[in-house]
Design a protein around this ligand. Structure first.
Ligand SMILES: [Zn+2]
Length: 127
């Protein structure tokens, strides 16, 4: 047993070497704070993915299977957020946000793909 300082309230206490908090209350305070930070990050990522999917869906619903990169970005699309990455039969990378995906074509055009349709022509998922 040795004297230690609580990570939450700074109170000095005596306890096992692996004990970090003076009480259950302080342990709970610490864990809740840790979780709320973690969940905040997860929610932020989920929100971006959902927004990306909604933007793709907006154009897809309008019957468009291609859209300018500029339009997507203007709508708030964030290219670095996607759920899956595949390669199509031509070797192009296809990024999915859940059930809708996209790939880059010429002249900054984005081609939107339905996952169910794409998977029928799938070559293989990238590691
Ligand atoms: Zn404490």
């Amino acid at each position: 047993m040795k004297s230690k300082k609580c990570l939450v309230c700074d109170k000095v206490f005596v306890g096992r070497a692996d004990k970090k908090y003076c009480s259950d209350q302080c342990r709970n305070v610490y864990n809740n704070k840790l979780n709320s930070t973690l969940y905040k990050e997860i929610r932020k990522t989920n929100r971006r993915l959902r927004t990306n999917r909604e933007i793709l869906s907006k154009y897809f619903r309008l019957g468009m299977d291609s859209v300018s990169l500029f339009s997507l970005i203007s709508d708030g699309f964030v290219l670095t957020y996607f759920t899956n990455l595949y390669k199509d039969s031509e070797g192009s990378e296809v990024y999915f946000c859940y059930d809708l995906g996209y790939k880059f074509a010429e002249n900054e055009t984005i081609i939107i793909l339905d996952k169910k349709v794409f998977e029928k022509q799938l070559v293989g998922e990238l590691p």
